[in-house]
Design a protein around this ligand. Structure first.
Ligand code: FES
Ligand SMILES: [Fe+2]
Length: 430
């Protein structure tokens, strides 16, 4: 027996995995999920292991760690992760766990270091994860090379940093190439986060996503957002009016001239990009629809770019306008608790108080996020009732929710098939 490996107490989640797969196989695709998917702590653990520890996640933006030694940290379920800019100028990610006795290595959210030094006994790592120093008392046979930080899969594209805790993450390069193309006008290396917020919601992460994937609730809940947002994601939407189709035709002619990508691109149900106009006469998601930042992003010269919407399942949606962009990421905390981060990005050279006012920039989405938080929390309260049973989705208004739940089900079933317990059963010929 190799005593340097983790030994397991057995897997108490195995019956939960089986029940999860069975419920997904038997579900009606046009109905919301059975109650345990939204409120059960054990099923939440399966969500974390099979979705958040296996799929690609957006860790942050490259402009947040602009130079070597800049780092940011995040927590994915039980796993602390560090993302940093190495001496080679590239972005790398590691498990934020010291190879000595396992202390968390970087404890702050963000910062800049020359080397990574563990606060416990000062083991010291190079920015590429190699152990450089481990004290003088580790004995003769101790080999520094055996104790590098454990790497986390990491890719960058269009200013976004993607990470995956999986050993063999799913294919994503085709989407990343398209994302790079669509983000080119924004010159993301020359942007900065003007402000960011963190919102804690007492709701399961899937309810936060479901709520985001439809605008059926917008009329009743989002007066600030509807000052500028048009609900339709495409001219093919059966609800799209002729006036909207005419507006799209006018905008796309202009965008073509400026070489601004807009056409709908989808990668399975996981990723979707499309640029759509905002309400006629408005150019940005501000209270009055005027620019939130006077300085436009990247090489953009026409402020009227509508909003490019980027979806990345399981946990991010984005709005990219001419003057600023907004990046939302969703981080599950427990079965009924979710953290939503919102980042507003502007041109790196935009000056606060001159080009933009932070309070004005964040006003619409502060209000909208809080309205969505209340909706998700009330949804959770109702679902916790013994009276809850799955209810029907509208194919017209809630196709985005259907797509999200279909993606989740497909990935969950796929990833459950990969569990070691399943492989063991196969070996045993069960
Ligand atoms: S746990 Fe990091 S140096 Fe001891
Ligand atoms: Fe909403």
């Amino acid at each position: 027996m190799d005593c340097t490996q983790n030994l397991s107490l057995g897997d108490p989640l195995e019956p939960v995995r089986k029940a999860t797969a069975q419920m997904l196989n038997e579900r009606d695709h046009s109905f919301s999920l059975p109650q345990p998917f939204y409120n059960d702590e054990r099923l939440f653990q399966v969500d974390m292991q099979e979705i958040f520890h296996k799929e690609w996640l957006i860790a942050g933006m490259t402009c947040e760690i602009p130079t070597k030694g800049n780092f940011l940290t995040l927590q994915i379920g039980d796993n602390p992760v560090i993302v940093l800019r190495g001496n080679d100028g590239q972005v790398h990610a590691f498990h934020n766990v010291c190879r000595h006795r396992g202390s968390r290595l970087c404890v702050s959210d963000k910062g800049k270091v020359a080397k990574l030094v563990c606060p416990y006994h000062q083991w010291t790592y190079e920015l590429d994860g190699r152990l450089l120093f481990a004290g003088t008392e580790m004995g003769e046979g101790f080999n520094l090379a055996d104790y590098s930080l454990k790497p986390v899969a990491c890719k960058t594209a269009g200013g976004y940093i993607f990470i995956s805790l999986a050993e063999n993450p799913p294919a994503i390069d085709e989407f990343l190439a398209t994302l790079t193309h669509y983000m080119e006008p924004y010159d993301m290396e020359n942007t900065k986060v003007a402000v960011q917020t963190t919102l804690m919601e007492k709701a399961n992460w899937k309810l936060v996503l479901e709520n985001n994937r439809e605008c059926y609730h917008c009329n009743g809940s989002h007066p600030e957002l509807l000052n500028t947002l048009l609900e339709w994601d495409d001219v093919t939407d059966p609800r799209a009016s002729q006036a909207f189709k005419d507006q799209v035709a006018e905008c796309t002619t202009r965008w073509d001239k400026d070489n601004i990508p807009y056409a709908h691109a989808s990668f399975g149900l996981r990723n979707r990009i499309v640029r759509m106009p905002l309400l006629k006469g408005t150019v940005s998601m501000t209270m009055d629809g005027k620019q939130g930042c006077k300085k436009l992003m990247g090489r953009i010269t026409d402020p009227d770019l509508g909003s490019m919407r980027i979806l990345h399942l399981p946990h991010s949606w984005n709005h990219c306008m001419g003057d600023h962009m907004i990046v939302f990421t969703v981080w599950p905390i427990s079965a009924q608790e979710t953290m939503v981060t919102t980042k507003w990005l502007v041109h790196k050279d935009a000056v606060e108080g001159v080009d933009y006012d932070v309070a004005r920039l964040r006003q619409v989405w502060d209000a909208t996020n809080d309205q969505d938080r209340r909706l998700a929390e009330e949804n959770q309260r109702g679902i916790n009732s013994t009276a809850y049973q799955p209810g029907p989705y509208s194919k017209t208004y809630e196709f985005g929710v259907i797509n999200f739940i279909d993606w989740y089900s497909e990935r969950m079933l796929n990833n459950l098939g990969d569990t070691p317990a399943q492989s063991l059963r196969q070996v045993a010929g069960e």
